[in-house]
Design a protein around this ligand. Structure first.
Ligand code: NDP
Ligand code: 8X3
Length: 248
């Protein structure tokens, strides 16, 4: 039977690249996102590879359960929808941004997973792939709540595995580093100049790198579970720990 992948946040970046890549490999797609015109465009582009497209805000618990809870035969749930907002220090940040990041990156992942898992457990088949971030493990100034939401995604993925032991349902946590998408445009609230500076003079990951990784992960033999993958561009690595030196 042709396999189906449900992608949250299919309208841009990693989600869109995954939709295109999985479609090219013969999979069926269930596409979700808030921007309806983008969903329609993608549906037109990918034609009969699209099983259905569902306008959906992952923060809307009732809608998530209504729309995703009744879908049958989902082989892969890709919890990809997410965002960072702002880069201010914690004492200056807009508290609404913190709420939005928690609602989307934490609660959205919880809701979609809880809505889809029962049918996977019932079929004793399926794979949940959660997109986290290197920010979930490695702190940086201004990463405050964004990084913390991704740390949640990492631990949630591991706890799901613990719950699912004894079933054939798999769970993977995928933590990308710097990748060029609409991510920075969203983070800097439409300031394209600030967004493009993030990638200036360097070679970031591209969304297709993530799509290829997700595809590899879900195509391992059925007895293999890839627990976690961290992936960065070659041009990104760690610096020394920061030390404040103005004590004289
Ligand atoms: P994009 O901004 O290009 O894509 C984000 C996607 O998430 C969009 O399709 C957007 O769709 C969707 N989305 C956001 N909020 C919601 C919501 N409330 N409900 C439903 N969909 C939503 O960024 P990326 O592709 O880069 O990001 C994808 C994931 O990867 C995120 O979780 C991000 O945190 C993570 N990530 C990104 C990295 C990067 O450097 N780019 C690195 C590490 C992790 P719409 O607006 O139509 O709803
Ligand atoms: C996105 C990567 O380093 O900008 O999750 O937080 S980073």
């Amino acid at each position: 039977m042709t396999k189906s992948i449900l992608i949250t946040g299919a309208t841009s970046g990693f989600g869109k690249a995954c939709a295109e890549y999985f479609a090219a490999q013969g999979w069926l797609l269930i596409l979700t996102g808030r921007r309806v015109e983008r969903l329609e465009q993608l549906q037109k582009q990918l034609g009969d590879r699209v099983r259905c497209s569902i306008p959906l805000d992952v923060c809307d618990r009732k809608l998530v359960f209504e729309k995703l809870g009744s879908l049958a035969d989902i082989d892969v749930l890709l919890n990809n929808a997410g965002l960072a907002l702002g880069l201010e220090p914690s004492w200056e940040t807009d508290i609404n941004d913190w709420d939005t990041m928690v609602d989307t990156n934490v609660k959205g992942v919880m809701y979609c997973t809880r809505a889809v898992l029962p049918q996977m457990v019932k079929n004793n088949r399926g794979h949940v792939v959660n997109i986290g971030s290197i920010a979930g493990r490695w702190p940086y100034p201004g990463g405050n709540v964004y990084g913390s939401t991704k740390a949640f995604v990492q631990q949630f993925s591991r706890n799901l595995r613990a719950d699912l032991l004894g079933t054939q349902v798999r769970v993977t946590y995928l933590a990308p580093g710097m990748a060029e998408s609409e991510f920075s445009k969203v983070r800097f609230k439409g300031n394209n100049e600030q967004a493009s500076k993030v990638y200036q003079g360097t070679e970031p990951l591209i969304p297709q790198d993530i799509a290829e990784t997700v595809f590899w992960v879900v195509n391992r033999p059925a007895h293999v579970n890839i627990n976690a993958i961290e992936i960065m561009p070659v041009d990104q690595a760690w610096g020394p720990l920061a030390v404040h030196r103005e004590k004289d």
